[in-house]
Design a binder for this molecule. Structure first.
Ligand code: SF4
Ligand code: SF4
Length: 116
């Protein structure tokens, strides 16, 4: 099952981790999503590092979760340029990038640059 795309509306923030929120599912307290702009589901991620290698702005860092599993953490999510490459390369859809406004804003600013 892929990451819950509605987590920003339906999950609750339980703590802060390295400057980004950590969310718990309403139905499963052990499932965690890290990040707000860049959400990574820790129960799905298995640390393959494809997103680390693909991200042009080095948003991700590998870490171990509480049970010692390898996962990736969006520690620099503020640097995300909303290119969506990490979503595309993740083999198990463990990442979701915030859509509302964001992608359109990026496209707009790129177009502005071209016009200028
Ligand atoms: S959307 Fe692009 S910039 Fe943002 S975390 Fe993913 S790969 Fe990195
Ligand atoms: S590509 Fe997906 S499974 Fe691989 S480390 Fe990144 S989030 Fe985890």
């Amino acid at each position: 099952m892929p990451i819950d795309r509605t987590f920003r509306e339906t999950w609750r923030i339980v703590k802060d981790h390295k400057g980004h929120p950590v969310w718990h599912s309403p139905t499963n307290e052990t499932t965690e999503i890290h990040g707000h702009i860049v959400g990574v589901d820790f129960s799905l991620c298995y640390g393959c590092e494809k997103c680390i290698l693909a991200c042009p702005t080095h948003v991700f860092e590998q870490m171990q979760d509480e049970s010692g599993r390898k996962v990736v953490d969006p520690v620099r999510e503020d640097d995300c340029i909303l290119c969506l490459v990490c979503e595309i390369v993740c083999p198990i859809e463990a990442i979701i990038i915030e859509r509302e406004g964001g992608s359109d804003d990026t496209l707009d600013s790129l177009l502005e640059g071209k016009r200028g």
